[in-house]
Design a protein around this ligand. Structure first.
Ligand SMILES: CC(C)(COP(=O)(O)OP(=O)(O)OC[C@H]1O[C@@H](n2cnc3c(N)ncnc32)[C@H](O)[C@@H]1OP(=O)(O)O)[C@@H](O)C(=O)NCCC(=O)NCCS
Length: 327
């Protein structure tokens, strides 16, 4: 256990569930995902889900996930509003960072919204530095409406459906041209060498990317007719087993016409597969941003965040050799 003043940080147990859900359900006007994942996080044997007590009262929590043994990812840091600004988050962060260093991670990262001043101040003062990010896009239209709009846009740009191929299985191996294109994309370069997935970023490593593509949706539109071609990688997730799955566009990149065609193909498949919603995090001022806006997506915080700034910021903790060697 780790003590800072009267704050105690320890691993969570099922006895903490109700209080964790209570704090989560009062965060961000009830729009927090924590109540959906709390039980899974407590019972998971992967990662560290820690809680903090101030004078014996559970008042905050946070999680260290391992997207791969080398890559630590911090998420779900929350402190009950009644206990904020008393060092609780800092104590949780320190506990999780120590756990990450003991596990020997080579990267330790997290992402937050550009307008989350508290989180940014906390983490920059702890030594985290900005390494990239993207514009988070969502949309009120149904997947059916989006699919129709994407088809219309693709047709207007002169793209035909047969331009796009959905790739599967062997075509998505770690050494495949598709995965090589994903890993060398401008998207990955603008997100600190990680694969964006909404507010989460995954290691941009060949095996990891291949696993995402095999379990998700992968499309390729070859070069041709004055167009650069395009690739699209999307993954599926659901907040809880009872929720309808949602899609996240991880990488959409290429020429305008081919991007529109790849998007139309993906949205057709999402509609067929009953996907409830589709979001994306894409590079600032990019072709894909314009294509997604062209079918009805809006960039979150559009009016408050300059167009060349990410709305989701990725942070990295510069790990030195000494930290890796510490017991
Ligand atoms: C962000 C959050 C976890 C901080 O929790 P906390 O226990 O109040 O934070 P701490 O008391 O440990 O603060 C540590 C440092 O963070 C920064 N900080 C925290 N709250 C801040 C605020 N309201 N304004 C400016 N800086 C703030 C300060 O640098 C502070 O150090 P200081 O008090 O010595 O100036 C809390 O505000 C919260 O739960 N917010 C809602 C959920 C959220 O945004 N989570 C992070 C998602 S990435």
């Amino acid at each position: 256990m780790n003590k800072a003043a009267s704050i105690t940080v320890r691993p969570s147990t099922m006895d903490d569930l109700a209080r964790i859900v209570d704090i989560g359900s009062r965060t961000w006007d009830g729009d927090d995902y924590i109540p959906h994942v709390a039980e899974r996080w407590i019972t998971s044997t992967h990662g560290v889900f820690a809680v903090a007590e101030l004078d014996g009262v559970l008042c905050g929590f946070g999680r260290l996930a391992f997207h791969s043994p080398q890559h630590g990812w911090l998420e779900g840091l929350r402190v009950d509003a009644a206990y904020q600004r008393r060092g609780v988050a800092r104590a949780i962060g320190r506990y999780l960072m120590d756990a990450a260093f003991r596990a020997g991670v080579s990267t330790l990262r997290f992402a937050t919204a550009v307008d989350n001043k508290e989180s940014i101040a906390l983490n920059e003062s702890a030594g985290f530095v900005r390494i990239g990010g993207g514009r988070w896009l969502d949309c009120d239209l149904t997947v059916d409406e989006l699919a129709q709009r994407a088809e219309t846009l693709a047709a207007e740009l002169g793209a035909t459906p047969e331009l796009v191929t959905r790739l599967r299985g062997d075509e998505l191996g770690a050494d495949s041209p598709f995965i090589r294109q994903v890993l060398s994309s401008h998207t990955i370069a603008s997100t600190g060498g990680m694969i964006p997935s909404g507010f989460v970023f995954y290691p941009a490593e060949p095996d990891y990317a291949s696993g995402l593509a095999v379990d998700g949706y992968a499309y390729s539109a070859p070069r041709g007719q004055g167009d650069d071609g395009a690739i699209l990688l999307a993954t599926i997730w659901a907040e809880s087993p009872t929720d309808r799955p949602e899609a996240v566009i991880n990488v959409l990149e290429g020429g305008r016409r081919a991007c529109a065609a790849a998007l139309a193909a993906a949205l057709r498949d999402f509609r067929r597969d009953g996907i409830a919603d589709v979001v994306a995090t894409v590079p600032c001022e990019s072709v894909q941003l314009e294509v997604l806006k062209g079918i009805g997506y809006t960039s979150w915080l559009e009016d408050d965040c300059p167009v060349d700034n990410p709305t989701v910021i990725l942070f990295d903790y510069p790990i030195n050799t000494q930290q890796q060697l510490e017991p």
